[in-house]
Design a binder for this molecule. Structure first.
Ligand code: F6R
Length: 243
């Protein structure tokens, strides 16, 4: 595991944006796995700025998002579909038909999850971006999720619902309780994984991910088994690491 330690959120965003934009320039047909949440927001801004300044081309890039809430109507401001368009897709030249986010407004969530998994089996992800939950989740694979898991309908833990209430007027009752998420097995098939984390509230889980046991009770610890993982973490997130 390669660990890039940087000063703060801004530096984390810059380092991660550099890795992604270079990967896109190197392979204009790259399959990107993308994440939502607070961690990548600035990084996406920098990718947009890079697209405008350096003409990094996304027209043959395919993107596959990690997850989507279940039960929010299409166009709801808090869907990850909306998040991705507002933060990135609307501002670069990626084609709409090359954008894949699980459909959270489906009538048959299980079938939708199975179809998404099939799509991922046909399109290996070259570079998968991950954030990490304070409980160690990656995607919405909460503690206890199987390391072999495929894309599935998952329940969000109370900790995740509390953490995400900030996007729902601070009201936990408005946060969906289920999502469709790539499984840990699906994530681990990516050729390369880039995980970003910033802030003291991530320090404990980053220590567990880097130095702890590989255990399903800390889903991100599975990344110790992946051959090509880069962590970009800021000082606060790295603060509990022993070296
Ligand atoms: C988002 C996702 C989640 C987040 C994680 C961290 O698509 O899959 O695993 O990456 O919850 O969220 P933030 O970045 O908001 O701390």
């Amino acid at each position: 595991m390669k660990i890039i330690r940087v000063k703060d959120y801004q530096a984390m965003s810059e380092a991660a944006a550099k890795i992604i934009s270079e990967a896109v320039r190197e392979n204009p047909q790259i399959n990107l796995g993308l994440a939502t949440g607070g961690s990548p927001v600035k990084m996406y801004k920098l990718l947009v700025a890079d697209h405008q300044a350096n003409k990094t081309v996304y027209k043959d890039v395919k993107s596959f998002n990690l997850d989507e809430y279940l039960g929010l109507p299409q166009g709801h401001p808090q869907t990850y579909h909306t998040f991705m368009h507002e933060n990135l897709f609307n501002h670069i030249d990626i084609k709409e038909e090359n954008i894949f986010v699980p459909d959270g407004d489906t009538k048959d969530p299980k079938a939708t999850a199975a179809q998404y998994e099939e799509l991922l089996e046909k399109n290996q992800i070259d570079l998968q971006l991950l954030g990490i939950g304070t409980n160690g989740h990656i995607g919405f694979n909460e503690p206890g999720s199987s390391f072999q898991g495929k894309t599935a309908v998952v329940d969000l833990t109370p900790e995740t619902i509390t953490a995400n209430a900030r996007y729902f007027e601070g009201n936990q009752d408005l946060v969906p309780t289920e999502a469709i998420s790539m499984g840990i097995g699906s994530i681990m098939r990516a050729k390369k994984i880039l995980l970003i984390a910033s802030g003291a509230n991530k320090a404990k889980v980053i220590k567990g991910l880097v130095e702890g046991a590989i255990t399903e009770s800390l889903p991100a610890s599975v990344l110790q088994n992946h051959p090509d993982v880069t962590l970009v973490i800021d000082e606060a997130a790295a603060s509990l690491l022993s070296k």
